[in-house]
Design a protein. Sequence first.
Length: 79
Amino acid sequence: FPVRLRGWRHGDRIRLAAGSKKVKKVFAEARIPAPDRRGRPLLVDVEEQVLWIAGVARAAEPSPAGPNEGWTIAIQEAE
């Protein structure tokens, strides 16, 4: 922590169970069209490690609390 949402950047990588993979390749394998990739948020940690690609993949580690647990993200409007 802290974690934040941001857009995809060239060179981003995500650590999957089978090893590290470029986010660009993950998008291609998921058949996400190139124009739609910019609008797909990534959840990153303080070290800019990609933890989750919205609707596409999540990193193998770190797990939020255990193998059957999940993240809850709330978005609030800034005041």
